[in-house]
Write a new protein. Structure first.
Length: 321
Protein backbone atom coordinates (compact mmCIF):
# COMPACT_ATOMS: atom_id res chain seq x y z
CA UNK A 1 0.00 0.00 0.00
CA UNK A 2 1.40 3.36 -1.03
CA UNK A 3 1.35 6.54 1.03
CA UNK A 4 -1.36 7.97 -1.21
CA UNK A 5 -3.64 5.15 -0.10
CA UNK A 6 -3.99 6.61 3.38
CA UNK A 7 -4.19 10.30 2.45
CA UNK A 8 -7.74 11.53 2.43
CA UNK A 9 -9.50 14.56 1.06
CA UNK A 10 -10.09 17.65 3.14
CA UNK A 11 -13.85 17.14 2.78
CA UNK A 12 -13.61 14.23 5.21
CA UNK A 13 -11.52 16.13 7.73
CA UNK A 14 -14.51 17.27 9.78
CA UNK A 15 -15.69 13.75 10.63
CA UNK A 16 -15.61 12.58 14.20
CA UNK A 17 -15.45 15.96 15.93
CA UNK A 18 -18.83 15.85 17.65
CA UNK A 19 -18.45 15.81 21.40
CA UNK A 20 -19.48 12.71 23.37
CA UNK A 21 -21.32 13.26 26.64
CA UNK A 22 -18.96 11.25 28.84
CA UNK A 23 -16.28 8.59 29.04
CA UNK A 24 -18.82 5.79 29.51
CA UNK A 25 -20.21 6.29 26.01
CA UNK A 26 -16.63 6.52 24.74
CA UNK A 27 -15.84 3.15 26.31
CA UNK A 28 -18.88 1.58 24.65
CA UNK A 29 -17.85 2.94 21.26
CA UNK A 30 -14.30 1.64 21.69
CA UNK A 31 -15.63 -1.87 22.16
CA UNK A 32 -17.05 -1.71 18.63
CA UNK A 33 -14.12 0.14 17.04
CA UNK A 34 -10.72 -0.65 15.61
CA UNK A 35 -8.86 -0.34 18.91
CA UNK A 36 -9.80 -1.42 22.42
CA UNK A 37 -8.27 1.60 24.13
CA UNK A 38 -6.70 4.93 23.22
CA UNK A 39 -3.78 6.35 25.15
CA UNK A 40 -2.07 9.71 25.26
CA UNK A 41 1.53 10.87 25.53
CA UNK A 42 1.63 13.50 28.26
CA UNK A 43 3.95 15.78 26.27
CA UNK A 44 0.72 16.81 24.58
CA UNK A 45 -0.32 18.96 27.54
CA UNK A 46 2.66 19.60 29.84
CA UNK A 47 1.65 23.13 30.86
CA UNK A 48 -1.79 21.97 31.94
CA UNK A 49 -0.30 19.18 34.04
CA UNK A 50 2.33 21.43 35.57
CA UNK A 51 -0.40 23.83 36.69
CA UNK A 52 -2.74 21.17 38.10
CA UNK A 53 -1.69 17.56 37.56
CA UNK A 54 -4.74 16.00 39.21
CA UNK A 55 -7.29 18.08 37.29
CA UNK A 56 -5.41 17.56 34.01
CA UNK A 57 -5.40 13.80 34.43
CA UNK A 58 -9.09 13.79 35.36
CA UNK A 59 -9.83 15.77 32.19
CA UNK A 60 -8.06 13.11 30.08
CA UNK A 61 -9.89 10.28 31.84
CA UNK A 62 -13.23 12.03 31.36
CA UNK A 63 -12.48 12.37 27.65
CA UNK A 64 -12.10 8.59 27.48
CA UNK A 65 -8.33 8.13 27.40
CA UNK A 66 -7.33 5.05 29.37
CA UNK A 67 -3.58 4.57 28.76
CA UNK A 68 -0.89 7.08 29.64
CA UNK A 69 2.66 7.42 28.32
CA UNK A 70 4.90 9.46 30.61
CA UNK A 71 7.95 11.45 29.52
CA UNK A 72 11.19 12.12 31.38
CA UNK A 73 13.36 13.14 32.97
CA UNK A 74 12.27 11.40 36.16
CA UNK A 75 13.54 11.82 39.70
CA UNK A 76 15.80 8.80 39.11
CA UNK A 77 17.08 9.91 35.68
CA UNK A 78 20.76 10.56 35.10
CA UNK A 79 22.14 13.92 36.15
CA UNK A 80 23.07 14.64 32.54
CA UNK A 81 19.43 14.18 31.53
CA UNK A 82 18.25 16.51 34.28
CA UNK A 83 20.84 19.13 33.34
CA UNK A 84 19.87 18.94 29.67
CA UNK A 85 16.20 19.32 30.52
CA UNK A 86 16.93 22.30 32.76
CA UNK A 87 18.76 23.96 29.88
CA UNK A 88 15.82 23.74 27.46
CA UNK A 89 12.88 24.42 29.78
CA UNK A 90 13.19 28.23 29.65
CA UNK A 91 12.55 28.02 25.90
CA UNK A 92 9.69 25.54 26.36
CA UNK A 93 7.95 27.60 29.00
CA UNK A 94 7.45 24.77 31.48
CA UNK A 95 9.61 22.41 33.52
CA UNK A 96 7.29 19.61 34.62
CA UNK A 97 8.13 16.03 33.64
CA UNK A 98 8.22 12.50 35.02
CA UNK A 99 5.87 12.31 37.99
CA UNK A 100 5.41 16.11 38.10
CA UNK A 101 6.86 16.44 41.58
CA UNK A 102 4.98 13.50 43.04
CA UNK A 103 6.08 10.09 44.24
CA UNK A 104 5.36 7.08 42.04
CA UNK A 105 2.97 5.68 44.65
CA UNK A 106 0.94 8.92 44.55
CA UNK A 107 0.69 8.77 40.77
CA UNK A 108 -0.39 5.12 40.94
CA UNK A 109 -3.13 5.90 43.45
CA UNK A 110 -4.48 8.76 41.33
CA UNK A 111 -4.42 6.69 38.16
CA UNK A 112 -6.17 3.79 39.89
CA UNK A 113 -8.95 6.17 40.97
CA UNK A 114 -9.28 7.45 37.39
CA UNK A 115 -9.08 4.05 35.69
CA UNK A 116 -5.80 4.88 33.95
CA UNK A 117 -2.84 2.59 33.26
CA UNK A 118 0.77 3.30 32.22
CA UNK A 119 2.07 0.85 29.62
CA UNK A 120 5.01 2.98 28.50
CA UNK A 121 7.44 5.74 29.50
CA UNK A 122 9.81 7.90 27.44
CA UNK A 123 13.31 8.47 28.69
CA UNK A 124 16.82 9.47 27.64
CA UNK A 125 19.71 7.41 26.30
CA UNK A 126 22.05 8.06 29.25
CA UNK A 127 19.54 6.73 31.79
CA UNK A 128 18.79 3.70 29.61
CA UNK A 129 22.49 2.90 29.30
CA UNK A 130 23.50 3.48 32.90
CA UNK A 131 20.46 3.37 35.21
CA UNK A 132 18.11 0.72 33.81
CA UNK A 133 17.60 -0.79 37.27
CA UNK A 134 15.81 2.41 38.32
CA UNK A 135 13.11 1.74 35.75
CA UNK A 136 12.58 -1.76 37.08
CA UNK A 137 11.98 -0.40 40.57
CA UNK A 138 9.53 2.21 39.28
CA UNK A 139 7.76 -0.33 37.06
CA UNK A 140 6.97 -2.44 40.11
CA UNK A 141 4.89 0.44 41.42
CA UNK A 142 3.42 1.84 38.21
CA UNK A 143 3.13 -1.31 36.11
CA UNK A 144 4.66 -0.03 32.88
CA UNK A 145 6.22 -2.50 30.45
CA UNK A 146 7.99 -0.35 27.83
CA UNK A 147 10.93 2.03 28.26
CA UNK A 148 11.20 4.07 25.08
CA UNK A 149 13.94 6.27 23.65
CA UNK A 150 12.20 9.22 21.93
CA UNK A 151 15.24 10.36 19.92
CA UNK A 152 18.90 9.52 19.41
CA UNK A 153 21.15 12.42 20.52
CA UNK A 154 22.48 14.47 17.60
CA UNK A 155 26.11 13.65 18.27
CA UNK A 156 25.45 9.90 18.13
CA UNK A 157 23.85 9.72 14.67
CA UNK A 158 26.07 11.79 12.38
CA UNK A 159 27.40 8.96 10.17
CA UNK A 160 26.40 5.51 9.01
CA UNK A 161 28.98 4.08 11.41
CA UNK A 162 27.17 5.90 14.21
CA UNK A 163 23.95 4.10 13.30
CA UNK A 164 25.77 0.76 13.29
CA UNK A 165 27.20 1.53 16.72
CA UNK A 166 23.74 2.56 17.90
CA UNK A 167 22.44 -0.85 16.85
CA UNK A 168 24.96 -2.42 19.22
CA UNK A 169 23.92 0.02 21.94
CA UNK A 170 20.26 -0.83 21.40
CA UNK A 171 21.02 -4.54 21.65
CA UNK A 172 22.74 -4.02 24.99
CA UNK A 173 19.92 -1.85 26.34
CA UNK A 174 17.31 -4.29 25.08
CA UNK A 175 19.04 -7.25 26.69
CA UNK A 176 19.35 -5.41 30.00
CA UNK A 177 15.69 -4.38 29.89
CA UNK A 178 14.65 -7.97 29.17
CA UNK A 179 16.57 -9.26 32.20
CA UNK A 180 14.61 -6.83 34.37
CA UNK A 181 11.24 -7.78 32.91
CA UNK A 182 10.96 -4.70 30.69
CA UNK A 183 10.82 -4.07 26.95
CA UNK A 184 13.00 -1.48 25.22
CA UNK A 185 11.57 0.52 22.34
CA UNK A 186 12.84 3.15 19.92
CA UNK A 187 10.55 6.00 18.82
CA UNK A 188 11.49 7.46 15.46
CA UNK A 189 11.75 11.09 14.48
CA UNK A 190 12.26 11.99 10.83
CA UNK A 191 16.03 11.56 10.59
CA UNK A 192 17.71 8.46 9.18
CA UNK A 193 14.91 7.69 6.74
CA UNK A 194 16.59 8.90 3.55
CA UNK A 195 19.18 7.09 1.44
CA UNK A 196 22.83 7.57 2.43
CA UNK A 197 25.49 5.75 0.40
CA UNK A 198 22.94 3.30 -1.02
CA UNK A 199 21.51 2.46 2.43
CA UNK A 200 18.86 3.88 4.73
CA UNK A 201 20.36 4.49 8.20
CA UNK A 202 17.18 3.52 10.07
CA UNK A 203 17.02 0.21 8.23
CA UNK A 204 20.71 -0.51 8.80
CA UNK A 205 20.15 0.07 12.50
CA UNK A 206 17.03 -2.08 12.68
CA UNK A 207 18.49 -4.89 10.59
CA UNK A 208 21.36 -5.15 13.07
CA UNK A 209 19.25 -5.24 16.23
CA UNK A 210 17.72 -8.23 17.97
CA UNK A 211 14.00 -8.41 17.12
CA UNK A 212 13.39 -10.17 20.43
CA UNK A 213 14.76 -7.35 22.57
CA UNK A 214 14.57 -4.12 20.51
CA UNK A 215 11.07 -2.97 19.67
CA UNK A 216 9.66 0.09 17.93
CA UNK A 217 7.20 2.90 18.47
CA UNK A 218 6.16 4.52 15.21
CA UNK A 219 5.42 8.23 15.12
CA UNK A 220 3.14 8.71 12.12
CA UNK A 221 3.78 12.43 11.75
CA UNK A 222 7.59 12.24 11.86
CA UNK A 223 7.68 9.19 9.61
CA UNK A 224 5.76 11.03 6.91
CA UNK A 225 7.77 14.22 7.49
CA UNK A 226 10.88 12.14 6.80
CA UNK A 227 9.48 11.17 3.38
CA UNK A 228 8.87 7.57 4.47
CA UNK A 229 5.76 5.41 4.16
CA UNK A 230 4.36 4.23 7.53
CA UNK A 231 2.58 1.30 5.90
CA UNK A 232 5.83 0.11 4.34
CA UNK A 233 7.65 0.05 7.65
CA UNK A 234 4.79 -1.55 9.58
CA UNK A 235 4.92 -4.41 7.11
CA UNK A 236 8.70 -4.55 6.69
CA UNK A 237 9.25 -4.80 10.45
CA UNK A 238 6.06 -6.67 11.21
CA UNK A 239 5.87 -7.68 14.86
CA UNK A 240 8.44 -5.15 16.03
CA UNK A 241 6.18 -2.12 16.26
CA UNK A 242 4.42 -2.48 19.61
CA UNK A 243 3.39 1.16 20.12
CA UNK A 244 2.32 4.03 17.89
CA UNK A 245 1.98 7.81 18.15
CA UNK A 246 -1.09 9.15 16.39
CA UNK A 247 -1.13 12.74 15.17
CA UNK A 248 -2.48 14.18 11.99
CA UNK A 249 -0.94 16.52 9.39
CA UNK A 250 -2.79 19.57 8.12
CA UNK A 251 -0.94 19.11 4.83
CA UNK A 252 1.41 16.39 3.60
CA UNK A 253 4.63 18.32 4.24
CA UNK A 254 8.16 16.98 4.63
CA UNK A 255 11.33 18.33 6.22
CA UNK A 256 13.23 21.04 4.42
CA UNK A 257 16.35 18.87 4.80
CA UNK A 258 17.08 15.42 6.21
CA UNK A 259 15.19 15.95 9.47
CA UNK A 260 18.42 15.72 11.40
CA UNK A 261 18.13 18.73 13.66
CA UNK A 262 15.53 20.13 16.03
CA UNK A 263 15.05 23.34 14.04
CA UNK A 264 13.52 21.28 11.22
CA UNK A 265 11.18 19.56 13.70
CA UNK A 266 10.04 22.85 15.20
CA UNK A 267 9.37 24.25 11.73
CA UNK A 268 6.73 21.56 11.19
CA UNK A 269 4.98 21.94 14.57
CA UNK A 270 2.34 24.27 13.04
CA UNK A 271 1.45 21.46 10.61
CA UNK A 272 0.31 19.14 13.41
CA UNK A 273 -3.44 18.60 13.68
CA UNK A 274 -5.96 16.70 15.73
CA UNK A 275 -6.81 13.29 14.30
CA UNK A 276 -9.45 13.77 11.64
CA UNK A 277 -8.49 17.37 10.91
CA UNK A 278 -5.74 16.51 8.44
CA UNK A 279 -4.65 14.19 5.63
CA UNK A 280 -4.03 10.88 7.41
CA UNK A 281 -6.52 8.07 6.88
CA UNK A 282 -6.32 6.56 10.37
CA UNK A 283 -8.74 3.76 9.59
CA UNK A 284 -6.47 2.30 6.92
CA UNK A 285 -3.41 2.91 9.05
CA UNK A 286 -4.80 1.31 12.22
CA UNK A 287 -5.98 -1.73 10.31
CA UNK A 288 -2.44 -2.36 9.05
CA UNK A 289 -0.92 -1.51 12.43
CA UNK A 290 -3.10 -3.99 14.30
CA UNK A 291 -2.48 -6.69 11.69
CA UNK A 292 1.27 -6.26 12.19
CA UNK A 293 1.41 -6.32 15.97
CA UNK A 294 0.87 -2.79 17.33
CA UNK A 295 -0.59 -3.06 20.83
CA UNK A 296 -0.71 0.49 22.20
CA UNK A 297 -1.94 3.62 20.44
CA UNK A 298 -1.10 7.03 21.91
CA UNK A 299 -2.40 10.36 20.69
CA UNK A 300 0.44 12.87 20.70
CA UNK A 301 -0.01 16.53 19.83
CA UNK A 302 3.18 18.14 21.08
CA UNK A 303 2.39 21.00 23.49
CA UNK A 304 -0.92 21.54 21.72
CA UNK A 305 -2.89 24.76 22.17
CA UNK A 306 -6.29 24.32 23.83
CA UNK A 307 -5.75 20.66 24.79
CA UNK A 308 -9.27 20.43 26.23
CA UNK A 309 -10.57 20.87 22.66
CA UNK A 310 -7.79 19.43 20.48
CA UNK A 311 -7.30 16.21 22.43
CA UNK A 312 -11.02 15.57 22.64
CA UNK A 313 -11.26 15.97 18.86
CA UNK A 314 -8.54 13.37 18.34
CA UNK A 315 -10.17 10.91 20.71
CA UNK A 316 -13.62 11.30 19.16
CA UNK A 317 -12.30 10.76 15.65
CA UNK A 318 -10.39 7.63 16.61
CA UNK A 319 -13.21 5.95 18.49
CA UNK A 320 -15.48 6.43 15.50
CA UNK A 321 -13.31 4.33 13.16
Amino acid sequence: MKRSTFLKTSAAASLGTALLPNSIMAKNLLEDGLVDSIGIQLFSLPKTLETDFESGMKMLADMGYSEIELYGPFSFSSQAAKDGWKAVTPMLGFSGSGFFGREAIEVKALFNDLGLSIPSVHTDLDTLENHMENFAESAETLGFEYVVLPAIPDDRRKTMDDYKKMADTFNTIGANAKKLGLKFGYHNHGYGLNMVDDSIPFEVMMDNTDPESVFLEMDIFWTMAGKADPIHYLEKYSGRYHCMHLKDMKENKTFSGDGGDASQWVALFPNMASAGDGVVDFKALLEVAKANGVKHFFVEQDMVQNPEVALKKSFNHLIGL
